[in-house]
Design a protein around this ligand. Structure first.
Ligand code: SAM
Length: 430
């Protein structure tokens, strides 16, 4: 069957799905936001819209209860359902699921957590959604996933086998000689119910412009823990088809339903040419994002600023603004000439409407003949090390000059002219 898509109200279409034939249902229905969701695709040629307007929570609850019951009927005995919602109506969804599946079949509340940067309302920044996992019966399919140990895990916990003492307390196992027993099958930490998966950023290639589009990565994880290749996945509110794209990539069969014709067409095109954004956060870990140059930060210590990660041109933004724009700072790297550093800063500053880009000069260009021109549009300040060594050099030259004058009678000006004439002539053959 592979992947099939159908337009229509899922309450109608679900009735035609063979009972017990589905291995996993994932649904991301309207969240009871009382909003009309709309968004345009990348080239702004098409707008996608869906309504999440109810008037009262009873209507929403009735709508959901009917469709969740139909989903349950489709599930196989080993099957599971994952219902995506957020704190707006998670209490309503949870109550319905408890009634339909039984509290004993509640498996987990998955917290999908992600970083967000702004909040229009006062209060805590919402940065998670809820996914309720219920199984049809107690003998449900579950594929275990293990993660690596965290940096703070005690090395003994990784290496040593555990057993229980006479009181049932967990202890490190020892052999007859009192030596610790090494554990050869420590495979990592079982996947927890808090999933940190980045929200699709506005520039992600995977983003198709469908409102509330979910990341493929999130669906891949749900599919991985609950199904095997060849199993059947159903998404009755499929929107842009994220679940079906993930199912297709993971060699599962599937059915996607949506009431919107545009959504189904979009889902079809995504399945035909799937684009999946990689997550650097997941592949390299959060530390890989902390790329602000440590040496640069040391030089800027004492300033009230925000370090900038993942930007080639800027190291920090001053918390103080200038003429309505940000004050951007870059520290010259040891391998960079002043103009190279200035160009990187200027390029980044132009995009951010910055009128005060400040470059911290850390060394002189060895290739510069007389002096280095201050790059236009950038304010250059010397680092403390640069200023101090410059000062010492200048004062040393002054002292040597004085001594030279005492011996040879030349003025400093005469010496500079002599040096300039020498350089113009080229190196002396004598
Ligand atoms: C939150 S969106 C799903 C987004 C999707 N998970 C994605 O990644 O693109 C909810 C979807 O439910 C659809 N919908 C609303 N009522 C429906 C119904 N009765 N039957 C089927 N689909 C419905 C909407 O058109 C919308 O596309």
């Amino acid at each position: 069957m592979a992947i099939k898509l159908q337009v229509g109200d899922c309450s109608d279409i679900l009735k035609s799905v063979e009972p017990g034939s589905v291995d996993m249902v994932y649904l991301d229905p309207p969240f009871f936001t009382e909003k009309r969701h709309r968004l345009r695709n990348r080239d702004r040629s098409q707008e996608f819209v869906f309504d999440d307007l109810w008037g009262c929570h009873k209507k929403y609850a009735e709508f959901m209860a009917l469709r969740l019951k139909l989903c349950r009927d489709c599930l196989s005995e080993e099957g599971s359902i994952f219902v995506h919602c957020d704190p707006t109506a998670n209490h309503i969804i949870r109550t319905i699921l408890d009634e339909l599946f039984g509290r004993e079949n509640f498996r987990s509340e998955i917290i999908w957590s992600y970083k967000r940067w702004s909040n229009s309302k006062s209060g805590l920044l919402p940065s998670h959604q809820n996914i309720y996992w219920y199984s049809k019966t107690s003998s449900f399919k579950f594929n275990r996933i293990f993660n690596g140990y965290s940096e703070s895990t005690n090395i003994d916990q990784i290496l040593q086998r555990r057993s229980r003492d006479a009181h049932g307390k967990s202890i490190y196992q020892r052999d007859e000689n009192g030596e610790v027993v090494l554990d050869d099958d420590k495979v990592g930490v079982p996947l927890s119910d808090v999933w940190e998966i980045p929200y699709l950023n506005p520039k992600a290639k995977e983003r198709v412009g469908y409102p509330t589009q979910k990341p493929i990565l999130l669906l891949e994880r749900i599919i991985e823990i609950s199904t095997d290749p060849g199993d059947f996945v159903l998404d009755p509110f499929c929107g842009s088809g994220t679940t079906l794209v993930a199912a297709h990539l993971m060699k599962r069969d599937g059915l996607g339903i949506d009431v919107s014709q545009e959504a189904i067409e979009l889902a079809q095109s995504r399945i035909e040419s799937p684009i999946r954004s990689k997550s650097n956060l997941l592949e390299k870990g959060r530390d890989s994002y902390r790329t602000a140059d440590k040496n640069a930060m040391v030089l800027l210590e004492g300033l009230d600023l925000n370090p900038v990660h993942r930007n080639k041109g800027i190291d920090a933004i001053l918390k103080q603004t200038f003429d309505g724009g940000p004050v951007l700072i870059r520290v010259q790297r040891s391998h960079e000439s002043l103009s190279e550093a200035a160009n990187s800063l200027l390029k980044a500053a132009r995009k951010k409407s910055c009128k005060l880009p400040i470059l911290v000069k850390t060394h002189s260009d060895h290739d510069a003949l007389f002096s280095e021109d201050t790059p236009e549009g950038v304010y250059v300040v010397g680092s403390a090390a640069m200023e101090i060594s410059g000062l010492v050099e200048k004062l040393t030259a002054k002292v040597q000059n004085k001594q030279h004058f005492a011996v040879h009678g030349n003025t400093a000006a005469e010496l500079i002219i002599q040096r300039a004439v020498q350089l113009k002539k080229g190196p002396s053959l004598l």
